[in-house]
Structures are given as C-alpha cells and as structure tokens.
Write a protein that binds this ligand. Sequence first.
Ligand SMILES: NC(=O)c1ccc[n+]([C@@H]2O[C@H](COP(=O)([O-])OP(=O)(O)OC[C@H]3O[C@@H](n4cnc5c(N)ncnc54)[C@H](OP(=O)(O)O)[C@@H]3O)[C@@H](O)[C@H]2O)c1
Length: 487
Amino acid sequence: MRVVGVLCLASASVSGFDWMGKIKMPTVKNLGQMMGAQAKFGDKKLLVVTGTSSGLGKMTARAALRTGDYHVIGAVRDLDKMEIVAEMEEFDKDSFTAMECDLASYASVDRFCAELEKFTMGRPIDRLACNAAVYQPSLDHAKWTEDGHEQQMQINFLSHFKLISNLLPGMAEADDARVVLVGSVTGNDNTVGGGGVYPVADLKDLEGLAHGAKSPISMIDGYSFNGAKAYKDSKLCLMMLSNLLHDKYHRSTGVAFASIYPGCIAESPLFREKRPWFRKYFPVFMKYVTGGFVGEEEAGQRLFQVVHDPRCTKSGVYWSWNGGPREGRGAEALEKGGQIMGAGGAGGGWDSIFENDQSNKVVDTEKAQRLFRYATAITGAEWPAANQPISPCPTLTVIGAVTNMLNAKEEMARMKASERLGDVDILGQPIIRSDGSQPPAVEVLNPLAEGAFVAAKFFEETAKRQAGGLLGELPDEAVAEDPAART
Ligand SMILES: NC(=O)c1ccc[n+]([C@@H]2O[C@H](COP(=O)([O-])OP(=O)(O)OC[C@H]3O[C@@H](n4cnc5c(N)ncnc54)[C@H](OP(=O)(O)O)[C@@H]3O)[C@@H](O)[C@H]2O)c1
C-alpha cells in the first residue's frame, strides 16, 4: 500500500536530499485525497502516454496494461477514436482512462493538465511518455495550429515542452518518476538514417524560434518550409530537451529524463501522408535492405521498457536497441522474417537495450539553453526553480522566510548600484534576465553632478584621514573624562 500516515515519505532510493522534498505535512485535505487516490488506483503507478490511439503509443499502453502495475492515462486528440481503439484492443477499463489533449493547442494542454490533477486526486504522475507526433514530409506549405505554429513544431515539440513543465512539479513528488521523450534516428545526424538523407535536422541559429515561430515563420531555423526537415528538427529539439532537463532537474527532483529511438516502425500510420507506393514498399525496404524495421508491438515493448525497467532509472540517456553493426541481411534476413540485428533493428528483446551515442547537435548544451529560453517564452511554460528540495519543518520555514526577506532587502540595495551596466552584452546582444525582464539601458550620467559627487566623497575621505593623522588617537584620560566618548 502507498504511504498514508502522519508524514508521507518516499523510499530511500532517491538521491541526495531528494527525499526532503517528498515529505508532505499532513492536512485533512491531503490525507483525504491520498485515501481517495488509494481507493481509486490502489498501488498502481500512474503512466501518462500522449497519442495512445495509434501505433507506438497504443502498443505501449497495451504493454503497460498487461502487467497490471499501471493505470494508463491516454492523452489523445480524438476521444471517439480512442474509445473504439480501446474497445478493439480490449484495454482494461478500470486501468485505462482517455483524456482529451490536443497538442495543436496550448489551451487544450492546460485543460488536460487541470483535468488530470482532479482525476489523480493528488497522486503524483509516475511516468510521462511524450510519444504523439505528426509527420508531414510531402507538404509544399506548412499547416498551422490554432496557436499559429507549424504543426510538427508544436504537436511534436512545443506542446510536449509545455506539458512537461506543467507536470514536472507534481512528478518531483513521485518516487522513481521518469519522463521519456520519443526521439528518432532522424533527429540524430551521426547515423545514416539521420545524417545521410537530405534534409538533415539542423536548428542553425534558432532564428525562427527567436522570432516567436508563428505564421508565416514555419521553421525553427527561420528559413523556408520543408516538411521532412520540420519533423526531424522537432525530434532533435526533443532529444536536446531531454538532456537539458536531465542537467537542470534530475539532481534536484529525482526525475529521470531520457529519449529513445524505438526503431523504424515502417508499418505505422505515421507515414499516412506518404504516397501509396511508398507505404507499400517502405516496410519491405526497411525489413530486408536497411534492417531498421521493427513491428509496432515490439516498438511498444521498447517504449514500455524505458517506462518500467529498473535499468532505465538512469537519467540523461538516449536509449536504443540492438547495438552494434547490422548482421544477417540478405538470405538470412529472409529466413528470419527481417529480424536483422543492428541499432533499431527488430529482435534482440529487452537485453539488447543500450545507451546510444548522441550527435554533436543533440549534445550542444549552449544551443539547448537558448532553445529552452525561447520555447519557454513562446509557450508561456512555467518551470520550477532548479533548486534542492527544502525541508518542510515549520520552524525552519519561518526562520528561512525571515532570513530571505532580510537578504532580499540587502541584495536589492546592492543590485541598485549595478544597474548601470546596461542592457546589451559584450557581443551586442540584448541581456535577458532569468525573470524575463531586461536591465535598464546605460544611464547617461550628468558629468557635472557625478563629478561633484566624486569630489565631495574624496574630500570627506581625505578629511577623515587627515584628522586621524594629525591628531592621533584620544588619550585614555580624555576618554575616561569625556562622557560622550564613554557612551
Ligand atoms: N514510425 C516510425 O518509424 C517512427 C520511428 C521513430 C520514431 N517514431 C516516433 O514514434 C512516435 C509514435 O509514432 P507512430 O509511428 O506510432 O505514429 P502514429 O501511429 O501516427 O501515432 C501518432 C499518435 O500521435 C497522435 N497525435 C497526432 N497529432 C496529435 C495531436 N495534435 N494531439 C494529440 N495527439 C496527436 C495520433 O493521434 P490520432 O490517432 O488521432 O491520429 C496518434 O495517436 C512519434 O513520436 C514518432 O515520431 C516513429
């Protein structure tokens, strides 16, 4: 049974002082909620998967439900479709809940999070799998979301960005929480699939994002629209985000962040916008020629493994399956039904999981930070401060609050003196502070007033020094007799 008592403590498996942040002071409300959640979910972990109505997401939900260890929340854009799919897949109705979440709309993401909070009754989300995506390689012109972004950019990346920011504070309270972002070989250009086929994922200087990435700006790099590149760029963004969140939040929240490449699920509806001949021959090509093919069910097992396998508590990893060079093509592949070994290939099972290399673009931390700042400004995401958890002890809380107030006052006075540094950096770029504000522009000083102030200060200091030097210290008797000096 989950913890219900005077204090609610997470297990000791969390690192450092992480357990402190997971302590909750009991109130009648949260005790009631905890009991309600216990009655509703029992000991099941809460798993949110975006896009459970099809392909990989559907198979991941199926794998999780089969264990009986999870209550799966399917975040989907089409509840009617989901209802039919759940019926056909015979999802256990007591352990699967579909909720509307259209990733083409920030308002819908926010509504989903609010509904989710009510539904979970204070029980933190244990796992979040950011899986849903669209792939629009054949479009000549961008399609736009209700928020005015190119669809792949928002559905695949920006809305997941907002979703994670909304759910992260709650997830930090769960033991062994994980956020898994579905990346792709196409976002990782140190591979044939990612770097050998034009267009290659490349965010360049993020100029599109820097200008808000709203219609008519369709690409993150700010240049002309290319549907295949927009998809690959969105996957690169997700993989960079996974690393950045690991660096920023893993130690302080205990949440593990990972990206994955599930293999090429060549038969999935993701390729619905490709021409019919492509949809027919692509799976055959992937199965017998490149060896990158993986079936939907096996791909679902892979995403589920990262959600569930104790090995995958490791954070900051890009998980893939079937390491090493490809083997067994040609006749052997035919005999094995395309079970070719090699990164992303089918077969190999759970034990073929490995920590894959990430391209220079994915591990570019400086660019990832800019990506994070722009995406935060665009989506209005609110991220928790990347601080160590603080003890909830009431005495320490009061002392801490008073100390913080006094410190803040001193600090305000100190910072006032530095306001003259100006609003641009040495590279001529505008300086944006962590709270989003800009420092004031350089003050144009009145040279006369400034000169008079410096001169007055100089005379005051000199006079003090002269007085001390000429007169020396007061003799002891004088101090003893002078009532003013005694006080
Ligand atoms: N297929 C591959 O070869 C491959 C390879 C590497 C990585 N991936 C990644 O794997 C993930 C799943 O792909 P898949 O092959 O399973 O594709 P899929 O079958 O087309 O599934 C995509 C899912 O995303 C949902 N979705 C689309 N737009 C949405 C929106 N606006 N709001 C909410 N949900 C939305 C879809 O909902 P509907 O059912 O309503 O359309 C569907 O459930 C994606 O992240 C993809 O990039 C796929």
